[in-house]
Design a protein around this ligand. Structure first.
Ligand SMILES: [Zn+2]
Ligand SMILES: [Zn+2]
Length: 366
């Protein structure tokens, strides 16, 4: 019988534990068994490791992976877009599965808030069979109903994993807040979500995109991605200094749209100030619960701000990411983000590299 090595989060803030689980090759209808070829380490994995989101431990982390189909259950013959799916195909899959029947799925058409939503690498306790529901693993068993996408030949695995869930998240976020041709945009944060938001803003016809963040190597990457300017947190240490630096670049009235991709609560009130009157503010980076912040709601009223949140993404955004990368130079830029590669045995080291913000993007190659 086949076994799969896995890296498991068993306790918060503790090293991941290497385990082995049997690979159930007796697939039920609609299921797919894939060999994981590359698993991205997401900033969210660090938040999960720190215990900032409730999850059913122990969990095999890894929600942005690519792999190769090894076996298909009865009836699973096509990918999410309707293309024929076969053993040997290189694929990615949307990290979450929704029920399609609850209040949010059916009536409010907001499947990201599905009451029964479950995500690979996040919400499956790996003590329960069939165990293999996360990407830090040699093998993954995809449930019936998973949104699987066959990857175009022209799209390298590094590009899609390098873009990770950040690009899907940015695509839904920008779709929700809306960017118009000629808008001046500020992106707060130069991590993977910030860079992805920068790319999507440019795709939407933004006239100028300025990225506020750090560290220096991430700002350099932002400029390579096409940012018109960057504002370094190291250089501009106060919110006032950053506001002045942003206005020097986007004009005295402030930005039309500000995209928060930081995750630290203090970014939000600072972001309101970066908006022009009548501007729009998207809270995209607060995926984990990092606590409270004090702010004056008078600013929102007086400036007539539109403030919006966005949570995760739908399968169609995964398709959007695949298409955006495949047809353009973005695939090379996102592939270049993959700066650190680790074996599965080095999963702890990989996670710590991301925690210390040393990597562009760290991946596990099982
Ligand atoms: Zn993620
Ligand atoms: Zn639902």
């Amino acid at each position: 019988m086949l076994n799969s090595k896995v890296a498991v989060l068993t306790a918060y803030n503790a090293p991941l534990e290497m385990r082995e689980y049997p690979v159930d090759e007796d697939l039920k209808p609609g299921e797919a068994l894939a060999r994981v070829e590359m698993a991205g380490i997401c900033g969210t994995d660090v938040h999960l490791w720190k215990g900032e989101l409730p999850i059913p431990l122990p969990v095999i982390l890894g929600h942005e992976s690519a792999g190769r189909i090894v076996k298909l259950g009865a009836g699973l013959e096509r990918d999410w877009t309707g293309q024929p799916l076969a053993v040997g195909d290189r694929v990615v899959w949307a990290s979450s599965l929704v029920c399609g029947e609850c209040y949010y799925c059916r009536i409010k058409r907001t499947p990201t808030r599905c009451l029964k939503r479950k995500a690979y690498g996040i919400s499956y306790c790996c003590n329960e069979a069939p165990h293999l529901r996360g990407g830090y693993s040699e093998w993954i068993l995809l449930r019936a109903g998973s949104s699987i996408f066959k990857l175009p030949q022209a799209l390298p695995t590094e590009a899609i994993v390098g873009a990770g869930c950040a690009l899907n998240t940015a695509l839904q976020g920008v779709e929700r807040i809306g960017i118009e041709m000629g808008d001046n945009v500020v992106v707060q944060g130069a991590g993977p979500v910030g860079l992805a938001a920068l790319a999507v803003a440019l795709e939407h016809g933004a006239a100028k995109v300025v990225v506020v963040g750090g560290p220096e190597h991430r700002l350099k990457m932002a400029l390579e991605f096409g940012a018109h300017g960057v504002v370094s947190l190291d250089e501009h240490k106060t919110a006032e200094a950053r506001l002045a630096a942003v206005r020097a670049q986007v004009g005295e009235y402030g930005a039309d749209v500000v995209l928060e991709c930081v995750g630290h609560p203090s970014a939000v009130p600072e972001g309101f100030e970066l908006c022009r009157d009548g501007g729009k503010y998207l809270v995209l980076g607060q995926y984990a619960n990092a606590g409270n912040v004090e702010f004056n709601p008078h600013v929102i009223t007086k400036k007539q701000l539109t403030v919006m949140g966005s949570w995760a993404f739908e399968p169609r955004h995964v398709l959007g990411a695949i298409e955006m990368l495949t047809r353009s130079h973005w695939k090379d830029l996102f592939a270049k983000q993959v700066t650190h590669r680790f074996s599965l045995d080095q999963a702890n080291e990989a996670l710590q590299t991301v925690r210390r913000l040393e990597a562009g993007k760290a991946v596990i190659v099982p």
